[in-house]
Structures are given as C-alpha cells and as structure tokens.
Design a binder for this molecule. Structure first.
Ligand code: SF4
Length: 338
C-alpha cells in the first residue's frame, strides 16, 4: 500500500477546491471499494479527501412529488427509509440484495454509483487490463470470463458494473446532481455510466473534480407491481450473474407502462426502452414477457465461460416480469425464487 495524505472536507465547496488543487487525489466516503483498490495498488491516490461528514445525509421530499437522496445517505439507511420502502420498494429491494449488512452500513449512495468493476484481471496488477492500464490488453476476453458482460461490450473491455442499487435507479429514471469546478449540473441516470467502447478506463461521465451531491427520484415509484430478482452463485453476499429490476403499471390486466433494467450483464445498468415500449398496452402474460426478453437480448453475445448468461437472463426477465405482474415481488429475506 502506498503513502497518501488524508484531509477532511468541511463543505462541498471545500471538497471541490481540495480536489482541484490535487487532481491525483480521491474523494472517500464509506471506502468500501476504494480502500480495497488501494490495498491492491490498483488505485494510488496522493491524497484522500474525506467527504463522509458533509451534510449530505438527508432523504427529503421534492416539490415534484419525488425524493432527493443525499450522496452520503448510507445504503442501509436508504433501504429501510419509510418513504423508500413505501413509495420505491424496488429500490429498497435492490439495495438489500447487494453486498452484506456490514458493507451496506458503511457504503454511501454516491459511492454505490462510483464503485468499480470486480473483474479479477482489473484487480491483479500483474495481468493486462485496459481499464486499469489503457492499451495493455484485456485479460478476460480470452481468459476466465464467467462473470462478464453479454451486452454492450467492446474489443477493449467486457467488464460488468456490479451495483444492484443502480439497476433500480436506472428503471426509476433517477437524476444525479453533481458539483464541480464549473458549478452544479444534473445528469440523467442513463447518461451517467458509460459503455466501454475504446475508453474502458472511464466508468462514467463525471468531469475531473466533480462530486456527486445527491440522487433524485421522480414521483413514479411502481410500488404496486415491481420486483428485483438477483441470480447469483450463492444466496448470501455474491455479485449478480444476472439481475432484473422491473416496474409495471397495470390496469384491467393490461400493462399501461413498463420499466425494465438488468444488472450483471453490461458495463452499466442495462435499460432497454424498446422492450419497455413493446410491453406497453399488452396483456400481462408469459408470451408477452418472452417477446420482451427476446428484444432485450437481441444483440447478446457470450465469450465462452459466460455463454450461459444469455439463457439465464432470458429466464430471469420472464420470471421478474411475472413476479411484478402478479404483485409477488422477489423477497430479499427469503431468497428462494418463487
Ligand atoms: Fe480489464 Fe475490462 Fe478486460 Fe476486465 S474486462 S480485464 S476490466 S479490460
């Protein structure tokens, strides 16, 4: 592990100024991913700017009927917040599907968006990885790629983004509020994370020196018909092989509106508005759900070890849509799939 300085930011402006003075510095909040990366020499910041004590720990109603979630709200506090449980249960469920209780107690809302891939080649500095060292190659392409992406890949990188929470934020059409050297701005959730393309070293569209200050949810929470289904190798504490978040608006047995996003399959939460449009106006039945799954997976591609994910994703989409339509969402306490 390297030597680094530690400073504590007293305000958002202070934090932004501190990082502007030292572009090789990093913000640290819960530290649940960054400290691991530092221990393995993947991240080597000159300075850690601690933002964990900033007054960004509130969940507040917005004038538009939504919620504004401060970047420092801990994942546990958010999952069990009464407004989230009642109005956005798919978000509560997705958070509870992720990590362990201890990690959720530390991890922050902003940090969840900024966590890095768990690709094993990325974490081993002796191996090639275009995300860690651009131009060095991708060890996973011809290597062990069982956990890797099947959608939106490039020749440079096939890593997946590991968050569960962000799958729910994608389907809820959250917005990300950021502050930086050029002031404040808001980023639509779908435009926040990036596909790898030729620049897999960039996970998201934050500009240098920008920090997340809040995530905002619009009013539509799909509280009656939703599900978050996570398929993983073991039921406790494992990253998703495939996960599916669903929100439906149903009237008289027909789907009025649909939201559908996948985790564990791409470099970002994978939302497919074409599949959502195909579901709208249809009866809520398995044939319709199968068509939607076919649309989502129309360009899916495996790399050997992960070929099984394509059929797994198809079945998980159909199952999650069925759970949502029936009003029987996947339980995160009893993880047996119904
Ligand atoms: Fe690196 Fe991406 Fe290849 Fe993994 S998949 S080794 S993160 S370039």
């Amino acid at each position: 592990m390297i030597n680094f300085q530690y400073v504590r930011a007293n305000s958002i402006a202070d934090a932004v100024n501190l990082i502007a003075d030292d572009p090789a510095a990093k913000f640290v909040a819960g530290g649940t991913n960054l400290i691991d990366l530092m221990k393995m020499d993947v991240e080597q910041p000159t300075k850690l700017i601690d933002i964990s004590r900033l007054a960004l720990d509130k969940v507040e109603d917005t004038a538009e009927g939504g919620l504004r979630i401060g970047a420092m709200v801990r994942n546990s506090d958010l999952a069990y917040h009464p407004a989230v449980e009642a109005r956005y249960p798919v978000l509560s469920s997705a958070i509870r599907a992720g990590a362990s209780q201890q990690l959720r107690n530390m991890a922050s809302t902003g940090g969840n968006l900024l966590q890095r891939t768990r690709c094993a080649y990325f974490y081993d500095i002796a191996l090639p990885c275009n995300k860690r060292t651009p131009g060095s190659g991708c060890g996973a392409l011809a290597g062990h790629n069982r956990m890797h992406a099947i959608l939106g890949t490039s020749d440079a990188c096939i890593a997946v983004f590991p968050s569960d929470m962000c799958v729910a934020l994608a389907l809820l059409e959250a917005r990300v509020h950021v502050s930086g050297p050029n002031g404040a701005r808001t980023i639509a959730f779908d435009a926040f994370h990036r596909l790898p393309g030729e620049t897999p070293q960039r996970d998201n569209n934050l500009e240098p020196g920008e920090m997340i200050v809040a995530v905002e949810l619009p009013s539509a929470g799909f509280a009656s018909n939703y599900s978050y289904l996570k398929i993983r190798d073991r039921l406790s504490y494992a990253f998703a092989l495939v996960s599916v978040g669903v929100g439906l608006e149903i009237a008289d047995g027909r789907i009025k509106a649909a939201r559908l996003a996948l985790g564990g399959v791409a470099h970002k939460p994978w939302r497919d508005t074409r599949a959502e449009a195909a579901l709208a106006g249809q009866a809520a039945n398995e044939a319709v759900f199968r068509q939607a799954a076919d649309i989502v997976l129309r360009d899916a591609r495996g790399f050997g070890h992960n070929n099984f994910k394509i059929e797994l994703a198809r079945r998980a989409i159909i199952r999650a849509l069925t759970q949502a339509a029936n009003g029987t969402p996947q339980s995160q306490s009893n993880k047996k799939i119904a």
